[in-house]
Design a binder for this molecule. Structure first.
Ligand code: URP
Ligand code: ZN
Ligand code: ZN
Ligand code: ZN
Length: 514
């Protein structure tokens, strides 16, 4: 489907009529080191009609089967990005990457599935889902949906039930920031946590104190700090720590699992560590920008260069990045996302005189697999198995689609990458596949290169060539009650019986004197 690829490279979109299948439906990957989150071994992987049929040494096949030699390379589950915003309408504009260009970029970087956030329309979940179903029609890889909750009433509560029981959505995001836009109150968060618990759906939070951020922004403007550095200064890590702590404690009060998205600071990470140490089910998701970048870039005198790094919570001062890496390597944080939410420099320029107007968001969907490999595996911080866990398997488990996704096992979807640990990658805004004219990782090089991406059994990335098929991506329904909910009912029963234990009091004679 070279036409679609040319169109993709030109950033023009696609033409469904020109596209067909791109390779044989039977595929053998020979001689690579197959890595799962629990184990690795040298083996062949045989794929038919989009499904992995066998994983074992020395598989013999007929000549109707396409063969890929993976000797000396790692054969791993394709990446799953738990956090993206494609075709997202935000801060008065829309992200430049839609479900086709964003996914094409993802596939070029070894990610074969992503979970995007549906935003309700005027609070309506069903209207929001319809909008996103249309946006996603051009998908060239598999995807799932989280849903944001932006208001609360009986209708929203009932719609949450429909989303979980009929539409394959098992997670809801609550924004504690973006005052006047997406932000919700603690009262709504409590209702939402209760509802999530009853449905077996995972509550997710954007944890920053939105009222205090508003105050911080006013403070910067009064001081005359209107540039991108004002963004970082107005919403310091203490406000992320506060909101993370609040959300965690409310989730504990309700006794339901919590997923903290885009953990950007030591402050937030330490709240998660404390809660997990106390036995609470809290998942922490760092994103690539938080693991790798520091906020010095926001002081760049060139506005275009500084503004491209504006995202929320902000990229933190040097030191937070390394601490988040350490937390990821030791299991305090569990998986890596990107928060891919891309605006080009003209869109960012709306905030040239006022940082509050710069659309928030950075790229990463294409770079995540390479940068996590280089930063975490090449540096010696984690094993190759742990790499598979934090980029793919743990996401599949949390969102209850394992082992269909996140594994190289017989019966799993054939979403596979071949990574050459001896080749190197280089990131450039000139050659990347996102439609953005900038890249926050521009110029970064490293070790480890995704040489082949297989999506649904088709080779979609090979020899630095994309062969993507619009419409080939499938919507992946995610069932409720993931492993995070196991045992929650037992803990509730124990709590209730502790409350009902009779209190023995000696009779007070005084009260009976009259
Ligand atoms: O700056 C960001 N993170 N933009 C996307 C919206 C969000 O908060 O995830
Ligand atoms: Zn292309
Ligand atoms: Zn957010
Ligand atoms: Zn986000």
């Amino acid at each position: 489907c070279s036409r679609a690829d040319q169109l993709c490279d030109a950033g023009l979109g696609f033409d469904e009529s020109t596209c067909g299948t791109t390779s044989s439906s039977k595929l053998l990957i020979k001689g690579g080191t197959v890595v799962n989150a629990h184990h690795q071994e040298v083996a062949d992987v045989y794929v038919e009609d989009g499904i992995i049929i066998a994983v074992k040494p020395n598989i013999k096949v007929g000549d109707d089967v396409a063969v890929l030699d993976a000797t000396g390379k790692y054969v791993m589950p394709g990446g799953i990005d738990p956090h993206t915003h494609l075709a997202f309408e935000f801060m008065g504009t829309q992200t430049v990457d839609d479900f086709f260009s964003g996914q094409a970029a993802a596939l070029a970087g070894g990610t074969t599935m992503h979970i995007d956030f549906v935003i309700p329309v005027n609070g309506s979940l069903s209207a929001g889902l319809e909008t996103y179903e249309k946006k996603a029609k051009k998908s060239c890889m598999d995807y799932g949906f989280h849903m944001a909750i932006t208001k609360w009433d009986e209708v929203v509560s009932q719609e949450m039930e429909i989303m979980v029981k009929e539409k394959g959505i098992n997670s809801f995001k609550f924004f504690l920031a973006y005052k006047g836009a997406l932000m919700i109150s603690d009262e709504l968060l409590l209702q939402g946590l209760k509802k999530c618990k009853s449905l077996g759906a995972l509550a997710m939070v954007h944890a920053e104190n939105g009222d205090a951020v508003y105050e911080g922004q006013e403070r910067m403007i009064e001081l005359g700090i209107t540039g991108p550095e004002g963004h970082a200064l107005s919403r310091p890590a203490v406000l992320e720590g506060e909101a993370t702590s609040r959300a965690i404690r409310l989730a504990s009060f309700v006794n339901t699992p919590l997923y903290v998205v885009h953990v950007m600071s030591i402050d937030a990470m330490e709240e998660i560590a404390r809660a997990r140490k106390a036995g609470q089910r809290v998942i922490g998701e760092p994103v690539v920008s938080g693991l790798i970048l520091d906020d010095s870039v926001l002081w760049d005198p060139d506005f275009v260069n500084a503004a491209k790094y504006v995202m929320s919570p902000p990229i933190r001062p040097s030191g937070h990045d390394k601490a988040l890496q350490a937390a990821l390597s030791t299991g305090i944080l569990q998986l890596v996302g990107t928060d891919h939410c891309v605006f080009n420099s003209t869109q960012k320029a709306v905030g040239i005189d006022d940082f509050r107007k710069i659309p928030n968001g950075v790229n990463g969907i294409e770079e995540r697999m390479h940068l996590v490999w280089d930063t975490m595996v090449e540096s010696g911080q984690i094993s190759v198995s742990d790499y598979v866990r934090i980029t793919s398997t743990e996401c599949a488990r949390i969102f209850n689609i394992y082992p269909k996704k996140g594994a190289i096992l017989a019966g799993s979807d054939a979403d596979i990458i071949i990574l050459n640990p001896n080749a190197s990658f280089e990131i450039s805004a000139k050659s990347h596949h996102t439609r953005s004219d900038t890249n926050v990782y521009d110029g970064k090089r490293g070790k480890g290169k995704v040489e082949v991406t297989i999506s649904g059994g088709r080779i979609v990335w090979e020899n630095n060539e994309l062969k993507v098929v619009p419409g080939a991506g499938k919507y992946i329904e995610m069932p409720a009650f993931s492993y995070l909910f196991d045992g929650i009912g037992k803990a509730d029963a124990q709590y209730l019986s502790s409350l009902r234990a009779p209190v023995k009091r000696s009779q007070s004679t005084n009260l009976h004197s009259s």
